[in-house]
Ligand binder design. Structure first.
Ligand code: UDX
Length: 446
């Protein structure tokens, strides 16, 4: 099928490359000229595992092209996926101005009977509102409009696309359902020739077919529930600190109950990134506008916002004041395997450390460049042992694989004082203790 993907951020690029992998002819379009120029020159503006090789393969196969002419991108599509940004406004509501621009281009260029699909996370009822707008501005053109929310995690987005837990189709007609099923058909067949691990033995994903409003709500409900689980674990961590209990054992035992499950119960610095924080707020606002007081979500957000304060309190207490001290920071991205620092707890940690007069030396496998432009006063080094040189204390903010296997006796030689605060509860307290470190974590006895 001829597919256009509008918006070439994380979601759009992964969607475009994976749809090309499924055999479709894909055009990617973004109205940011810098991004478009990079894409046309064969460069990806972001890091995501497997994306580069997949995109390169399908540029070569000719199934993935990037175009800067809106007429070309919008004018050729049988199915048009909207993957534009919906960032938060100061009120917490989603900013839908990019979606408005897309609507204008659809009206101007899209051919008759294009299936328009919202993939970006949008407030409930956005898809029907878009359908109504297109119908009123182009009464001659019977656009189909559907919602097909994405559930991609950064760092595993290609895998999540090719092996989804479910595919949600929010449609208002059998024609739209049939077209969308055809888009995803290769994922539903067995054998599926997965480029990541052949042969694929997993059963095909379930397809949930519903209306667009319900599909939009599913996305918000799922993300907010994940955030709720994390905040629950973090509230338990604070309680464990007060009671002298070990939160890691608490969540391990809880997660063994299949009704609860172990995932998204990891306590620490809380959830960051461009999805969970903004989605929780947007869902809260949506509920409020719809007449439902979803204060449970308010609490989820409040607990999350307290994480950095709690963490800095621990560091300050352990070091004996942060002013004038040298602090090594390991991990800047909001989670491992991504260079994304949007709403990363690291930003608030750096801000707090600098505000209190600490000298900061930071290391991260992917996110140093992006952080440097926001915090030029921090010393950056790729080598974690260099970052630790002369440090009074080491703060671990992101659980990158390489930080889990550090040589702590080497770290001990590099550092001035042997103090560690682990914001992700990912280090082994026994190993640190054996290497002469004083170790603090979140809800775990030192
Ligand atoms: C999320 C959703 O998982 C995905 O389905 C949706 O489409 C987009 O939003 P993402 O933002 O990439 O994906 O990250 P995710 O893996 O969900 O992690 C979000 C944040 O929660 C990270 O900061 C992570 O460190 C934190 N987290 C996650 C915890 O603090 N504890 C956990 O147990 C799990």
């Amino acid at each position: 099928m001829k597919v256009s993907v509008i918006g070439c951020g994380y979601v759009g690029l992964v969607t475009a490359a994976c749809l090309a992998e499924l055999g479709h002819e894909v055009i990617g379009y973004d109205d940011d000229p810098g991004k478009q120029a990079a894409l046309e020159a064969g460069r990806l503006p972001l890091f995501e595992p497997h994306l580069e090789e997949l995109a390169a393969r399908h540029r070569r196969s000719g199934r993935l092209r990037f175009r800067r002419e809106a007429a070309e991108a919008y004018g050729a599509a049988e199915v048009l996926f909207i993957c534009v940004n919906t960032p938060p406004l100061p009120t917490g509501d989603a900013d839908l101005s990019a979606l408005g621009r897309v609507a204008r281009y659809i009206v101007a260029y899209a051919p008759p009977a294009t299936l328009v699909v919202t993939k970006s996370t949008v407030p409930v009822r956005t898809t029907p509102a878009l359908a109504a707008r297109l119908a009123s501005e182009r009464p001659d053109n019977p656009f189909q409009v559907a919602s097909n929310p994405e559930f991609l995690r950064e760092g595993t987005a290609v895998r999540d696309f090719l092996h989804p837990y479910r595919i949600v189709l929010g449609v208002s007609s059998k024609t739209a359902e049939k077209k969308l099923r055809a888009v995803y058909q290769p994922l539903l067949e067995r054998p599926f020739h997965c480029p990541l691990h052949q042969p694929c033995t997993e059963p095909p994903p379930p397809v949930v077919v519903t209306d667009a409003v319900t599909a939009e709500l599913i996305k918000h409900a799922a993300n907010s529930f994940l955030a709720l689980k994390i905040s629950y674990a973090n509230a338990l961590a604070d309680l464990c600190d007060l009671c002298g209990a070990d939160v890691e054992k608490v969540v391990e035992a809880m997660g063994l109950d299949p009704r609860i499950g172990p995932q998204f119960l990891r306590p620490g610095l809380g959830f960051g990134g461009f999805c969970l924080p903004k989605d929780v707020q947007a869902f809260y606002r949506l509920a409020e506008r719809s007449g439902y007081d979803f204060s449970l979500l308010w609490e989820v957000d409040r607990i999350n916002q307290q994480r950095v304060t709690r963490f800095l309190d621990k560091a300050r207490e352990l070091v004996g004041g942060l002013g004038g001290k040298t602090i090594a920071v390991l991990g800047l991205s909001f989670k491992p395997d991504t260079d994304d620092i949007r709403f990363a707890p690291s930003l608030a940690v750096l801000e707090g450390l600098l505000r209190e007069g600490a000298r900061v030396r930071a290391s991260d496998p992917q996110a140093m460049e992006k952080t440097r432009s926001l915090f030029p006063g921090v010393a950056y080094t790729r080598d974690p042992y260099q970052a630790a040189l002369g440090a009074d204390c080491l703060l671990l903010l992101t659980e990158w694989e390489e930080f889990l296997h550090l040589d702590w006796s080497r770290m001990g030689q590099a550092m001035k004082r042997h103090l560690v605060v682990d914001g992700r509860n990912c280090l082994d307290p026994a190993v640190l203790k054996a290497s002469g470190f004083t170790y603090r974590a979140m809800g775990r006895p030192g």
